[in-house]
Design a protein around this ligand. Structure first.
Ligand SMILES: NC(=O)c1ccc[n+]([C@@H]2O[C@H](COP(=O)([O-])OP(=O)(O)OC[C@H]3O[C@@H](n4cnc5c(N)ncnc54)[C@H](O)[C@@H]3O)[C@@H](O)[C@H]2O)c1
Length: 260
C-alpha cells in the first residue's frame, strides 16, 4: 500500500531496475505514488517486476527491455516513457556492476574493459543525456547516478575497470550538475558500500577470509546494510527535501569511506 504521495504525478526511470538494488528502488518510488519505468536488459524480470508493482502497490509501472549502452535505444526509451507515463521527472541510473568480468589483472581482456565502461559509464551518460530534454521541458528534475565505494577508494572487492568506471561516474555527475543546474535539473550520485545483494554476496564469499574480515572491520557501524538503507537516500536525493542539493556524492557505506 502507498505510504504517502511524495512522488505522486512523477515518473521515475530506474535503469538496472530488475536488479538487487533496482527492484527495491522501484518499489520504494512506487509505494510513494510514482509511475515507474523498470528498465533492464533482463526483459522478463523487468516485466515481472512492473506487473508486481501494479498488482501489489497499485502503481502505474511498465517494464522496458533496453541495453543502456545503446545510445539510440536509450533515446527511444525516454521518448516512449514520456508518451506512456509522462516526464520522466526522475532518473536513477543503476544499470551496471562488474558484469561477470574477471578481477585479477592478468585475466582482464579488452572486451571486459569495454563491457564495464560501456554500461557503467557510457550507459549512465546516455541515460542522463536522453532524459535531460524531458526534465528541462517539465521545468526540472532529478538524476541520481551510481558510483561505488570501489570508485571512491581502492577496494579489494572489484577489479580495476570497475573502479575506474565508477570513479568516472563521479566526474560525469559533477560536470552534468554544472551544466543542467540552470535548467532546474539536479544531478547527484550515490556511492554504495557493500550491499550483499545476490551477485555481491557471491563475490564477497569468494574473498579470502582475511579480506572478508578486513571489509567488515573497516565499517564503523560494524555491519552490512539492508537494501532499504540505500533506497531511502536515493528517494531523498530525488525529492523536494534535496531541492538545493546538486553535484554531491552521497557515500552510503556505514562510514567505511569518510573523506574530509
Ligand atoms: N550491491 C552493491 O554492494 C553495490 C555497491 C556499489 C555499487 N553498486 C552499484 O549499484 C548498481 C546496482 O547493483 P546491484 O547490486 O543491484 O547489481 P545487480 O547485478 O543485482 O543489478 C544490476 C542490474 O543491471 C542490469 N543491467 C546490466 N547491464 C545492463 C545494461 N547494459 N542495460 C540495462 N540493464 C543492465 C542487470 O540485468 C541487473 O538487473 C550497479 O551499478 C552497481 O555497480 C552496487
Amino acid at each position: 500500500m502507498q505510504r504517502d504521495a511524495r512522488f505522486k504525478g512523477r515518473t521515475v526511470v530506474v535503469t538496472g531496475g530488475a536488479g538487487g538494488i533496482g527492484r527495491e528502488v522501484c518499489a520504494g518510488f512506487a509505494r510513494e505514488g510514482a509511475s515507474v519505468a523498470v528498465v533492464d536488459v533482463d526483459e522478463s524480470a523487468a516485466a515481472a517486476l512492473a506487473a508486481e508493482l501494479g498488482r501489489d502497490v497499485g502503481a502505474d509501472a511498465v517494464g522496458y527491455a533496453v541495453d543502456v549502452s545503446d545510445q539510440a535505444a536509450v533515446a527511444v526509451l525516454m521518448r516512449e516513457v514520456h508518451e506512456r507515463l509522462g516526464g520522466p521527472h526522475v532518473l536513477v541510473s543503476l544499470a551496471g556492476g562488474s558484469l561477470g568480468t574477471p578481477k585479477a589483472l592478468e585475466d582482464i581482456e579488452p572486451q571486459h574493459v569495454d563491457a564495464v565502461v560501456d554500461v557503467n559509464l557510457k550507459g549512465t551518460f546516455y541515460s542522463c543525456q536522453a532524459a535531460a530534454p524531458y526534465m528541462t521541458q517539465a521545468g526540472g528534475g532529478a538524476m541520481i547516478t551510481t558510483s561505488s565505494i570501489g570508485g571512491r577508494q581502492p577496494s579489494p572487492v572489484t577489479g580495476v575497470p570497475y573502479a575506474a568506471s565508477k570513479a568516472a561516474v563521479v566526474g560525469l555527475t559533477k560536470r552534468l550538475a554544472r551544466e543542467l543546474g540552470g535548467r532546474g535539473v539536479r544531478v547527484n550520485a550515490v556511492a554504495p558500500g557493500l550491499f550483499l545483494t545476490g551477485r555481491l554476496q557471491a563475490m564477497y564469499d569468494d574473498l579470502p577470509e582475511v579480506e572478508r574480515r578486513g571489509v567488515l572491520d573497516a565499517i564503523p557501524l560494524g555491519r552490512f546494510p539492508e537494501v532499504r538503507e540505500l533506497v531511502d537516500p536515493v528517494l531523498f536525493l530525488a525529492g523536494e527535501e534535496a531541492s538545493y542539493i546538486t553535484g554531491v556524492v552521497l557515500d552510503v557505506n556505514g562510514g567505511r569511506f569518510m573523506p574530509l
